[in-house]
Design a protein around this ligand. Sequence first.
Ligand code: SF4
Ligand code: SF4
Length: 315
Amino acid sequence: MDYQVLGQTGLKVSKLCFGGLTIGPLQSNRPLAEGAAVMRAAFDAGVNFVDTAELYGTYPYIRKAMADGGKHIIIASKSYAYTYEDMRTSVETACREIGRDYIDIFLLHEQSSRMTLKGHADALAYLCDAKRQGIIRATGVSTHTIDVVRAAALIEEIDIIHPIINIKGIGITDGTAGEMLEAIRFAVDCGKGIYAMKALGGGHLNAIAAQAFAWILAQSGITSIAVGMQTIDEVLLNTAIFSGKNPDSQLWDNVKAAPRRLLVEDWCAGCGQCASRCPAGALAVVEGKVRADYARCILCGYCGAYCPDFCLKVI
Ligand code: SF4
Ligand code: SF4
């Protein structure tokens, strides 16, 4: 496993980052011990970097995996908070639930435009104060847009950008994969650290996973890549690929045998709350029920967190 410093943060992270979303309640909802064991297997294979978010509900898995593993793990989390006090609460919650007095990296979650970024100025001000106090070590943003990557690149207070990028450009809401790569390289030139998300397009690229991983691993400027993993087979496959090894065919078969999809329950009341939060624009209410555009859906599972009636889940 390759390790590199993320931007100018001094944090030396593994090329493969454990994407924490998939084991938690928005997706596979693994029992605590099982989910922590998957994460622990990644630590044992050399992964030292975990990406999570307040929304994901996965802090207990990280706490348990770290307690079982005993290694120093670099943790990135994120929050939608946009006031100073709400961001303070988010960071304090993460520290308490993970069982640490600091979080390495804390991001403004899912910034959708440069206007959204401006609207989070107070939350960013808290992150800067927390960094000065040693409560976090680096600030940043996660985003699905090229616009935000370019805007964040020019903001001095931002250390890290966590953009969506994959070979087909799936999930990028305002341009192509090539345009996102140009924006990423611009951000790197501005001194920002980059760790990417959705290299497999949330599952859409599973059929060409080897090609999709080879493509993203060949891109300069991307220090680490967060990949969601639900099983120990996925951990073994991904850590082998990211270590430059050729995984055996049985591992590929085991992982391919587990396709994922968005489940929409038929008791949907058509309130539309989920549609307004979908980062891919994949949901719309039609004749009183939500309808999913499965070609656009990146299987992030975020919509499930906003449905008051528990109608949506990635399974
Ligand atoms: S429909 Fe749900 S799972 Fe699919 S992209 Fe939108 S928020 Fe994510
Ligand atoms: S939030 Fe739930 S109830 Fe409302 S439209 Fe979406 S799926 Fe239906």
